[in-house]
Design a protein around this ligand. Structure first.
Ligand SMILES: Nc1ncnc2c1ncn2[C@@H]1O[C@H](COP(=O)(O)OP(=O)(O)O)[C@@H](O)[C@H]1O
Ligand SMILES: O=P(O)(O)OC[C@H]1O[C@](O)(COP(=O)(O)O)[C@@H](O)[C@@H]1O
Length: 767
């Protein structure tokens, strides 16, 4: 019998037993420290308790009607023809990404590829079909058709946890106003100062009036904190105060806390919905397209970069150094750099750099100052931590939430640059091998020192303390409304946009991994091209990054091949911590009917024990590749231009058929999707980047500190960037050469079938 950390409500246990599933129940019901399971009020069905991942409706705005429409069962035959409902081992696929051939089925295959691709692709039969299938709920796990809570019985509370982020007040406002205006809910409380406020502060009464203009202020009117998560005390308070909807706004730590609360609520059998609204200014929460506040942060970072630029360009050999947020990921630094165009160098945690030697930061600074007399450096706070640790031994310290406290890379770098930037390059004749080489020699002779001014700006708290901008305000509103609708329907989930659609996501799926900038991806290659900076990467670094990408990718492909049923992906009980094999008697939330034993058994047999559940998530819940094609289309122009007259040495393996098929499937690009794709481009392209497209092949084959190497110059830098773009083209050629095999592949067969369907649809359309 499998054991689990989660204890099911009684009726679920019984249903599971009936279904022949063993459910291990931890023997803590009897513990005096634990509150017992509560029977639902008479006449009241138990909550669905399913943190189901539902993709809702085509219009991408969630409301209850849309929730209902998400049910595969509700689709009429006519609709089904248009929304491409598929049923199979993977579960149900609703409203798949439309393909050009749906509307123009007679197009020749190559022309059916994305527009630009088809114009520019030099090969005739690019495999085009490989929709980004997405897996949603099984028919047995569909959304209830009614609001679970009566308006007058709702007692909702809102809490904000973790660091500040623009938009927190907007989300709070929209939760209060949305509950009040849409559902006539008037019992709404604010929990002060984060999780600990559940048990250590008074609750604030909130009304639509009291929150009316809080969105114009930065921070959170509720206060926030790190640490203080005590599941038992929190749920005790929820229970004692009769709260039945808990809205929790915070980052991955907070969502982990929300999951703990959800499990405890579930264990006690309370009729409480827990809705997480993910927040991170760093934009590194997994699965979701983008986190609120990120756009505002990137926008505000421009001011700091601009100031640094003004300072730098007004001084002789001026350097402006800006430290931006990004503990583990460099999204803010990367996007702020790309947006600004004043930045000469961007350093992020994902891309290791080094200071001295050929191709190092100091050499680049030296060159840049000679060329321009000034430069701007942006550094993400998590960058270069290993380098700092070499010079400043520091004990590992953590904040109250257990996050590692970082050393100040900005200060450290300022200091290092002041001390070390003055190289003199001396041409010498190397007597031993009789070759002319360039030696780097540090010259501390004052007379030869360059005059240099460096100004360090750390705008962190100015950036995160401001109110959200217009686009984030809209996004916050949609997130809040989406959370309200899901909670009113009785669900527990984290809410977010996934591939441009609002989705309800099981908590653990957003916390089990973290998004990172992929340095082998085209977005980073673009940044290198935009700043003209060296990649600082040796060939070994690139190979290592590629290997990591490949490993992650093949794991993902492997997982896809396992063909997990949608129910696995949809089931909120599939925790990260243990494979709760016996814990998945899926229920129709509306009817509480357990899934037939066969289906449930299928679920248990395919549950991953789950170190790579993150990849499942990406593969199944948030298949980011949907974002890729538009990017790919755009890149193709560059790539083809670069590739036309060149042959690139390839050390990479051919792209897989799956990659190839992803390449060409293009969803329509709405502004919203565009933003989402922009925000996560690099993460979204895992499969493609596994092939190394866009790899910054700087210093190909060159050892990092080649003392006798030839000094890098602009030509070399330009060449390396060109190589990065050529690698895209090369991959496309690889796709082409793999085309023959692919032609016989199931995707191809699917393509024919798909075309047929498309024809039918067109006929109906014209009729
Ligand atoms: N693994 C965890 N389980 C439960 N609660 C957690 C966990 N990690 C963090 N928390 C709680 O979440 C809150 C915010 O976490 P923190 O890491 O500071 O910010 P963020 O949510 O922005 O990542 C804190 O109150 C902390 O106690
Ligand atoms: O100074 P604090 O409050 O500890 O916060 C600093 C950290 O919080 C962050 O802003 C990230 O927080 P979130 O991802 O939770 O928004 C980091 O960029 C930064 O390192």
């Amino acid at each position: 019998m499998a054991s689990s950390h989660i204890i099911l409500p009684k009726e679920e246990e019984e249903a599971a037993a009936e279904a022949g599933l063993g459910v291990a129940v931890e023997a803590d019901h009897d513990s005096p420290a634990q509150r017992p399971f509560q029977e639902p009020a008479p006449g009241k069905a138990a909550l669905p308790f399913s943190a189901t991942c539902v993709r809702i409706s085509r219009d991408s705005y969630p409301n209850l009607r849309a929730l209902r429409n998400a049910s595969a069962l509700d689709l009429h035959e006519d609709d089904a023809a248009f929304v491409k409902v598929e049923e199979g081992d993977y579960g149900y696929v609703l409203d798949d990404v439309p393909h050009l051939t749906d509307y123009l089925p007679d197009l020749p295959v190559s022309a059916a590829t994305p527009f630009l691709c088809s114009l520019l692709a030099p090969w005739p039969d690019l495999l085009f079909l490989g929709e980004n299938w997405q897996y949603f709920v099984n028919a047995d796990d569909t959304v209830p058709e009614k609001v679970y809570f009566e308006s007058e019985e709702v007692k909702a509370c809102i809490v904000t946890c973790g660091g500040l982020c623009p938009g927190l007040n907007t989300v709070i406002r929209e939760l209060v106003c949305g509950l009040s205006h849409m559902y006539n809910v008037n019992d709404i409380f604010g929990i002060q100062n984060g999780y600990k406020g559940f048990y250590s502060s008074n609750y604030l009464t909130m009304t639509a009036k009291s929150v009316n203009d809080i969105h114009k202020r930065g921070g959170t009117v509720l206060g926030t904190s790190r640490g203080g998560h005590d599941t038992k005390k929190i749920v005790d308070n929820i229970q004692d105060r009769g709260i039945n909807q808990v809205y929790i706004i915070g980052g991955d730590g907070t969502q982990k806390g929300a999951y703990e609360i959800y499990k405890e609520i579930r264990r006690r059998g309370l009729q409480v919905a827990v809705a997480g609204i993910p927040k991170t200014i760093d934009n590194d929460i997994a699965v979701i397209d983008k986190s609120f506040g990120f756009d505002t942060a990137v926008e505000e970072a421009q001011r700091a970069i601009n100031a640094a630029h003004v300072e730098a360009s007004s001084a002789e050999n001026g350097i402006g150094l800006v430290k931006l947020m990004g503990r583990y990921s460099g999204f803010i630094a990367m996007y702020a750099t790309l947006a600004s165009r004043d930045v000469d160098c961007c350093l992020i945690p994902e891309s290791p750099f080094y200071l001295e030697g050929e191709g190092g930061l100091f050499e680049y600074i030296d060159r840049r100052l000679k060329e321009n007399n000034h430069m701007v450096i942006v550094v993400a706070e998590g960058a270069g931590q290993d380098l700092i640790a070499q010079s400043i031994p520091a004990a590992d310290q953590q904040d109250a939430s257990g996050n590692k406290l970082l050393l100040d890379v900005g200060l450290w770098l300022t200091h290092k640059i002041k001390l070390d930037v003055n190289y003199v390059y001396i041409c010498t004749l190397d007597a031993s091998c009789m070759q002319v080489s360039v030696k780097l020699t540090r010259d501390y002779c004052k007379s030869k020192k360059m005059e240099m001014t460096i100004k360090y700006i750390d705008p962190t708290y100015m950036i995160r303390a401001i109110p959200s901008n217009a686009s984030d305000n809209v996004y916050c509103t949609l997130l809040a409304h989406s959370a309200i609708h899901g909670a009113m329907a009785g669900y527990s989930f984290t809410v977010g946009m996934v591939n441009g659609r609002h989705a309800y996501i099981p908590f653990h799926r957003v916390t089990s991994t973290r998004n990172k900038v992929r340095i082998t991806d085209r977005m980073w290659a673009r940044l290198l091209s935009s700043t003209n900076q060296p990649s600082f990467l040796s060939k070994e670094d690139i190979d290592a990054a590629r290997e990591a990408d490949k490993a992650a990718n093949s794991r993902k492909n492997g997982d896809n091949a396992k063909k997990k049923p949608a129910s696995v992906l949809a089931n909120g009980t599939n925790g990260v911590e243990t494979p709760p094999a016996a814990l998945t008697p899926l229920r129709h939330p509306a009817t509480e009917a357990p899934v037939p034993p066969s289906a449930a058994a299928d679920v248990s047999s395919t549950m991953a024990p789950d170190s790579d559940s993150a990849d499942d998530t990406r593969a199944a819940v948030a298949d980011q590749p949907e974002q890729q094609p538009s990017e790919e289309t755009e890149i193709t122009q560059e790539a083809d231009g670069a590739a036309a007259a060149t042959v690139t040495k390839s050390s990479e393996e051919p792209a897989s058929g799956a990659n190839a098929s992803w390449t060409a499937a293009t969803p329509p690009m709405t502004p919203e999707r565009g933003a989402a794709a922009a925000a996560h481009d690099s993460e979204g392209s895992d499969t493609q980047s596994a092939g190394g497209r866009g790899s910054p092949l700087h210093g190909e084959g060159k050892p990092r500190h080649a003392g006798a190497g030839v000094k890098r110059d602009d030509v070399a830098a330009a060449k390396s960037r060109l190589l990065a773009f050529r690698s895209f083209a090369r991959d496309k050629k690889v796709i082409k050469s793999g085309g023959a095999e692919a032609a016989a592949s199931p995707e191809r067969e699917g393509a024919a079938e798909h075309k047929e369907k498309g024809k039918e649809r067109r006929k109906r359309f014209w009729k």
